[in-house]
Design a protein around this ligand. Sequence first.
Ligand code: HGY
Ligand code: MN
Ligand code: MN
Length: 413
Amino acid sequence: MEYQNLRVNGRRLQESLEEMARIGATEGGGVHRLALSEEDKQARDLFVKWLQEIGLKVTIDDMGNIFGRRPGKKDDLPSVMCGSHIDTQPKGGRFDGILGVMGGLEVLRTLNDNEIETLRSIVVANWTNEEGTRFSPPMAGSGVWTGKLDKHWIYDRTDMQGKKFGEELERIGYKGNILSKPDPIYAYFEYHIEQGPVLEKENMIIGAPEGIVGMRWCDVYVSGTANQVGPTPMEGRNDALCAAAEMILTINALPQKMGGNMVATVGEIHNFPNSRNIIPDHVHFTVDIRSWDDDRSQSAWIDAKENFQAIANRRGCSVRIEETWQVDHMPFDQRLVTRVLDTAQQLGYPVLKMRSGAGHDAGYLSMVAPTAMIFVPSIGGRSHVEVENTKWEDCESGANVLLQCMLQCAIEA
Ligand code: HGY
Ligand code: MN
Ligand code: MN
């Protein structure tokens, strides 16, 4: 295999990650870099600067997706692409998303250092709004680029302050004038932390997901009757928060009831008027159900809706359910998954075939191009928290697998 001894510069990768982690750094050692925020803009600006410094052609589409492109000898051939996301959770970690963007940048820096000319062009991407925590749904940038989400529906999505996605994208100066649509891609790789406990538990360094679980996001609005907490008897109250609390526990009970390795979570709740001496009359909470088994997910959701209605009726409340976003499980390209497995073994890294319980832009990319992912361990299996951490040597190992996989694809006709 040509260039088999080529390796990334681990120190330079670490320094880039450390510099990015300073943008939106939180006191607890994490990162606060919400999509389309000031911090997102600063990190985007730095990424574009780094792309330009190594001579890449930079393009930004009308979803704010950023692409850095390194030409190949046969530039009309479909590209080899990698990418991930710069945005984070409100108190996110220093590796989720950014590792894949910086890993891709490091691959291109390494190819430049070694003056390697590939047959195919190579592209590194930053996908807008992967997390979906400020603006739901998640993976909005890659979802529009692949034609699976409607751009104007996304533009009208609002955050909790009522700010619109499209206006915020314009405000930070990243609403490009290029239509967000797919280019021909020969292979897409996404390098990412595992965000779970499996690799560490199995003493593995590389994970090769065979795909991503199906996901379903819903928004539930419960309405009751507000009143003074003192004189209002318990009998006959229409307490929206108690109704929501019962509904939330039915979500927590779903995976056990439905079987399979499903997970179901209520992560966000807003209670109104949220005053200690008023019976709550409005509650909004979110539901996140995930499973590799799409039919089981569908049955779980039907069961949940029946429970919600029964609880609301019993408590004299009403319930409105918004089925916000749903994707079936997304299998990756077997040839590329095998390439990740073989490459990790050739480089001497213990590797495990697995599934991804976390969502990634690679999910949408897998619908339009051959796609695979490369995982490295999350210490303690923790992610979406400030203590999220991965060993620097594992970051380097994963980037070496990314380098070799991309290079093998970029030199083949
Ligand atoms: O929800 C997820 O798994 C990802 O962080 N968007
Ligand atoms: Mn991520
Ligand atoms: Mn995430």
